[in-house]
Structure formats: C-alpha cells, structure tokens
Design a binder for this molecule. Structure first.
Ligand SMILES: NC(=O)c1ccc[n+]([C@@H]2O[C@H](COP(=O)([O-])OP(=O)(O)OC[C@H]3O[C@@H](n4cnc5c(N)ncnc54)[C@H](O)[C@@H]3O)[C@@H](O)[C@H]2O)c1
Length: 367
C-alpha cells in the first residue's frame, strides 16, 4: 500500500502535542518532513518523532515529494504557506485561526478551488461529543430556527507564550479572540449553519499589562530555542455582538486574563429547543438540551459519544484525501468566523459598528 506522505511546517506545541502523534498512529500515512525556523526545536522534534527530512524554510519543504502539508506556524504565515502548498500540488491541513484577514481567507479558498486540492482547517471541536450530538439534531430541524447564540472562552489567568509570537500583534493578528475565542465561535457558527455577519460591534481590553502571567501553553518541552521579546501588544479580553444575515444575533467573548471564571461556554436558542454547553448544573454532563413536549418543559441530557478530537480531526483529513471526501470545514463557515473576528477588531479600533458587504457569500435573510 502506498503511504500518504505528510510534511509539517512549524514543529512547536500543537505539532508535537497533536499532529505528529496523531499522524504517526495511522498505518497509511508517514510524516517524512518537518520544517521550523528554530533549528534547535527542529532537531529535537525530528529525533523525538523519527522524521527523516528537516528544513528551515517552508518553501524547501513544499518542494519535496509529499502529498500533504500541515501548517502549524504562527497565524501570520497560515495564508501564505497554505496557498504556496496548494500551488505546489499538496493538500493542506491548516491550523486555526486560518487567516488574520478575510481577504486572505478568500484567497486561500480561491486557491483550493483553482488547484482542486483539499483544504481543511484544524478545528478539533468539530469532532467533540457536543458537535456529534447537536449537528444532526439541528440539521433535522429539532431546534427549529436558531435566533440567538452566546459563545465564550474565558481564562482567569493564562496568556499563552507571553512575550513570544502569541502576544506580537503582527504575528498573531490579535489576542484571545483570535486564539481561543475562534474555537467556540467556529462551533456555534458551524452548528447554526454558517450564517454570515451583517453588523459587528466589538471591544478589546488591555488591563493586565503589569499582572500578565504566562498560561502554560505551549508545553515547556516544545519551547526549546524560542525567542522571547517580552512584547505584549494584543488584548487580554475581547467581546463582540453580531447581527447575522439570517436575522439571528450572537454574543461572543474571549479572555486570556480577567476577573472571571475559566472555561468554555456556549448556548444556542432555537424556537423548538435550546442547548447549554456545558451543562451549568452538572459539569460531568457536557450539554443540556431545553425543550418542550406536550406543554411540559423538558431538559434532556444526552449520553455523549466518545471523542478523541485531535486524532479524529487527522483521521477525517486523511479520509478526505484517500476517499475523496469534502473536508468538514466549509468555506462559508470559515469566512463567517474570520469576518466576525475581523469585524470585532475593526470595530474596537474605530469605535464604530462595522457593516459587512460579504462579497456574494451572504446567506439569505430568513426572518
Ligand atoms: N487547534 C488547536 O487546538 C491549537 C492549539 C494550539 C495552537 N494552535 C495553533 O497552531 C499554531 C501554532 O501554535 P503553537 O501553539 O504550536 O505555537 P508554537 O510557538 O509552539 O509553534 C509554532 C512554531 O512555528 C515556528 N515558526 C515560526 N515561524 C515560522 C516560519 N516562518 N516557518 C516555519 N516555522 C516557523 C516556531 O519556531 C515554532 O516552533 C497557531 O496558529 C495556533 O493558533 C491550535
């Protein structure tokens, strides 16, 4: 059997904690090449995961005889390397947040369409138990019309890689909204069927400059040779209110530091049912569905299916290539998420609401 050859660009925390171990578990795949600008880390990862070929320039890796490239660099390079990889004939699995701007996200999807290569965004929560339970129910109409959503990813104290690229505006593009808010935002936009933003109003806050503490990510053993400039140029809290083209509204918030609880939380309000993730009354049951049956209000706590999010993400991507399937992350969903985040930052900067044009991918207004 011919094995699928994988090359990974950026061999830091997520590559070592998720992608390399997950790809290495698959019998029909071999990771033949890795790339990192940090030579010490590159050598460490090559030894740890027994990777034969190493490169310090992404372009050199992309010239190799590989079928697919996995982009795990700082956010600012995602679009450029994804485009170069697809133009070089490789399928691409790109880490979130895909792109910093919607213009770049559109270029990436245009390249995928032009080259016919598979392009998937690494959003592991698409493979969570919550998504597996809720997506089919919502598609079946069990929730009715979803008209209001809340999405939060909050940390009381926990700035990733404080002083490295994570807190460098140019390389990261933003703070917690770009980094962790994007996960929960993607989850609700995916579940709600990719409504496009029409108006976005957002704010960002930097109140913890003097009290900022490193949040423990990336894992210490993956930080070998990392440069730390000490720069903290992005927000530690961002929030946004979005009017969507289908008439629904969404409130989203994300923080790396704040005087609040820590955790991921989302709710969907539908005309037939709603859901709270996680269940506020019982953390062991990750979701609670609120509904009504013959005039009686009911709470349903589903048995959650097993989920190994990172392994399933990689399994799905490989299957998309070997069985010619469409990746689970669709263009409209990804563009909606990128535009919302872009709108929040633009609104925060200008102090005004941002009205989106949506360039022809706007979903139809339902109400
Ligand atoms: N899906 C998830 O759950 C998840 C979790 C963490 C991080 N991420 C994403 O993964 C990406 C990487 O994050 P991380 O936590 O691994 O960061 P990291 O700093 O641990 O790793 C990034 C690596 O990229 C290397 N790099 C920088 N510029 C490069 C370039 N031009 N070419 C090649 N290599 C380059 C760095 O030296 C570093 O080793 C980010 O986009 C982040 O948002 C996703």
């Amino acid at each position: 059997m011919k094995k699928l050859k994988v090359g990974i660009v950026g061999t830091g925390g997520i590559a070592q904690a998720a992608h390399l171990p997950s790809f290495k578990k698959l019998e029909n795949v071999e990771v033949t090449a890795i790339c990192d600008v940090n030579e010490k880390k590159l050598a460490y990862a090559a030894k740890k995961f027994e990777i034969p070929h190493t490169f310090t320039k992404a372009e050199d890796l992309l010239e190799q005889d590989i079928d697919t490239a996995v982009i795990c660099t700082p956010n600012a390079f995602h679009a450029e390397y994804s485009i170069k990889a697809m133009e070089a004939g490789k399928h691409v699995l790109c880490e979130k947040p895909v792109c910093i701007t919607s213009a770049d996200a559109e270029k990436v999807f245009k390249t995928a369409e032009k080259t016919g290569k598979k392009f998937m965004v690494a959003f592991p929560r698409r493979f969570s138990g919550e998504a597996k339970v809720l997506k089919p129910m919502i598609e079946n109409g069990d929730f009715g019309e979803i008209y209001y959503m809340k999405a939060a990813c909050l940390r009381r104290r926990g700035i990733p890689g404080l002083g490295t690229w994570f807190t460098d505006k140019e390389l990261a593009g933003g703070g917690p909204m770009m980094d962790i808010g994007v996960h929960v935002l993607d989850m609700v936009i995916y579940l709600a069927g990719a409504p496009m933003p029409e108006t976005v109003i957002g704010s960002v806050y930097s109140k913890f400059r003097d009290k900022a503490t490193d949040g423990g990510w990336p894992p210490q053993e993956t930080r070998i040779g990392d440069k730390n400039t000490g720069r903290m140029e992005v927000e530690e809290l961002a929030s946004g209110f979005v009017k969507l083209a289908n008439g629904a509204t969404l409130f989203v918030e994300a923080s790396w530091a704040g005087n609040s609880t820590t955790g991921l939380n989302a709710s969907l309000f539908g005309t037939k049912a709603g859901v709270q993730m996680p269940d506020p009354l019982n953390e062991k049951n990750p979701i609670r569905i609120f509904s009504e049956s013959r005039g009686i209000l009911t709470d349903v706590i589903p048995n959650m299916p097993d989920s190994e999010m990172y392994q399933e993400e990689v399994n799905h991507f490989v299957e998309c290539i070997t069985k010619d399937k469409s990746p689970i992350t669709k263009k409209e969903e990804i563009l909606s998420v990128v535009r919302i985040i872009e709108g929040i930052y633009r609104s925060a900067e200008t102090g005004k609401p941002v009205i989106m044009k949506n360039n022809g991918v706007q979903t139809k207004r339902r109400v």
